[in-house]
Design a protein around this ligand. Structure first.
Ligand code: NAP
Length: 290
């Protein structure tokens, strides 16, 4: 039966809180899976500006909403409003999944699972090496945590528009994980060519290049890339950002954010429903929709 035909008093509601929200394929991915598994659940997008975040969380409890994903720009700020936070989410300092368990809000970070699965084939290349992360928001935090904890990287460079945010990430991971080899750099500085070129892995964890601003890129320094590098853009919409196109033209191995997106979604799905989302099948279905 079609999802919308079976909505009734027993329908479990889940969704996503973000601002903006129109780029997100999460409603599509989760509703498709509910339909395939014949679950009486629906996933809705909620466009919530920061000023309404606290009230939105109260509404989850009032309305009996089972859980939500959290996306730009709320992943860090939301932690203060939760009753319980998982060990990983607490170490990351960001939450992307909330479960409403009898009126208590539990926070998790499934972005970490998505990053691990995506980078696993490159584990040996990355270990002990230098990596550059562009961005210092919620997703960048999950990247830093994962690279330090699970990939044992040697050196991290953070490049971000707002320098205080990079500095605060550097201090945070020194204190939380005793990682003391982080340098911070300004976004778009010409000197960054050296930083990029000496990195085995470069990750875009900003929203620069995200739909609809697909002509934007976090670096216009074409000489930043070389064939020895792995270049990962967390963005999946579009599938190949301008950043990835430039890296590819210079011979780097490129990775988009789609696998990370599906894996993080599958982990959230499991937390809400206790059911398993088929990652490969979902990946193939979504690829057809871009
Ligand atoms: P966030 O917490 O809002 O952080 C946004 C980051 O982007 C910050 O570093 C911000 O810099 C930077 N930024 C945004 N607009 C900018 C601009 N116009 N110029 C320069 N810098 C800009 O967001 P987030 O949750 O970390 O998400 C970041 C990106 O990762 C998004 O594109 C999101 O879609 C993607 N993501 C993908 C997945 C996946 O599953 N594939 C999962 C999570 C996130 P400032 O600090 O200077 O503001």
């Amino acid at each position: 039966m079609k999802l919308t035909n079976k909505i009734n008093h027993e329908t479990q509601i889940v969704g996503i809180l973000g601002h903006p929200i129109k780029h997100s394929y999460s409603p599509r991915m989760h509703n498709m899976t509910f339909e395939n598994q014949n679950l009486n659940c629906i996933y809705l997008p909620f466009d919530i500006p920061a000023s309404n975040l606290k009230d939105a969380l109260k509404s989850l409890i009032t309305l009996g909403i089972k859980g939500v994903n959290v996306t730009i720009p709320h992943k860090e700020r939301i932690i203060q409003y939760l009753d319980h936070v998982s060990e990983a989410a607490s170490s990351v300092g960001a939450v992307n999944t909330i479960v409403n368990q009898s009126g208590q809000l539990y926070g998790y970070n499934t972005d970490v699972d998505g990053i691990i699965e995506t980078l696993l084939p490159y584990k040996n290349d990355i270990a002990k090496n230098s990596v550059t992360i562009i961005g210092a928001g919620g997703a960048a935090r999950a990247v830093l945590y994962t690279l330090i904890r699970h990939f044992k990287v040697g050196k991290i460079n953070i490049i971000n528009r707002t320098e205080e945010r990079s500095e605060s990430l550097k201090d945070y991971f020194l204190e939380k994980m005793h990682f003391n080899n982080i340098d911070v750099y300004e976004l778009m500085a010409k000197e960054n060519v050296e930083v990029y070129n000496s990195s085995k892995l470069i990750i875009n964890a900003t929203s620069i290049g995200l739909f609809p601003n697909i002509d934007d890129t976090p670096t216009d320094l074409d000489d930043s890339f070389n064939p020895n590098q792995i270049v990962f853009d967390l963005i999946y919409n579009p599938l190949k950002t301008k950043f990835l196109k430039i890296a590819e033209s210079k011979g780097a191995t490129i990775i988009n954010g789609l696998k990370m997106f599906v894996v993080q979604g599958a982990k959230s799905y499991e937390l809400w429903t206790d059911k398993t989302m088929d990652v490969d099948k979902t990946l193939n279905e979504l690829k057809k929709q871009f």
